[in-house]
Write a protein that binds this ligand. Structure first.
Ligand SMILES: CC(C)(COP(=O)(O)OP(=O)(O)OC[C@H]1O[C@@H](n2cnc3c(N)ncnc32)[C@H](O)[C@@H]1OP(=O)(O)O)[C@@H](O)C(=O)NCCC(=O)NCCS
Length: 155
């Protein structure tokens, strides 16, 4: 994989179950945070913390025993922030059909040894796909300003 992206692959275990017999939404959110963290730290080379997780949509359930894949991809950098798109896929081990379960964008901030936010090297998109994803990240930032105002929070 390239420096700005990674894949995490593992089996959905019985301990990940919800009350309906499928994978718990909270387990998926934890995996998203882990994949995003690994991607952010790969990029900044230090420590990073989550500051925002946006627009998680559970498109379809994940079944216990299925192979789960998280694709984490850096799509934009600010001064200290790293915007990472995470997609979750799963498939039955016996089949070759992969289902798209979840998508979201998660933002990490790079911290120095004193716990202060610290600048990251800039992500420069190299192809049309990367440029489109960076524009998407910037559009989401603009949308969040309105949501933040509506909720009385920071943008
Ligand atoms: C990360 C932290 C130290 C940053 O503090 P800070 O330096 O005063 O924060 P700033 O306002 O300068 O923001 C730093 C960057 O984060 C971004 N950011 C902060 N909060 C954000 C939010 N809610 N949504 C999107 N971006 C956010 C800012 O836009 C800025 O990006 P940039 O440098 O690329 O322009 C502080 O917000 C913190 O400790 N947060 C809690 C993190 C945590 O505990 N995470 C685990 C959650 S369980």
């Amino acid at each position: 994989m390239m420096e700005h992206e990674l894949i995490m692959r593992f089996l959905a275990e019985p301990g990940d179950v919800n009350f309906g017999g499928k994978v718990h939404g909270g387990a998926v959110m934890k995996w998203i945070d882990q994949a995003g963290y690994a991607c952010a730290v790969n990029w900044c080379g230090g420590y990073a913390v989550t500051v925002y997780v946006g627009g998680i949509q559970f498109l379809s359930p994940i079944h216990i025993g299925n192979m789960v894949e998280l694709h984490a991809k850096l799509i934009h950098t600010g001064n200290t922030s790293m915007h990472i798109a995470v997609d979750v896929y799963s498939r039955k081990l016996q089949e070759d059909i992969q289902v798209h379960n979840t998508h979201c964008v998660i933002i990490f901030v790079s911290l120095d040894e004193n716990g202060e936010s610290t600048p990251v090297k800039q992500f420069v998109p190299e192809n049309d796909d990367q440029k489109a994803m960076q524009s998407y990240a910037i559009r989401l930032m603009d949308l969040r300003k309105n949501i933040g105002r509506e909720m009385g929070l920071r943008s």
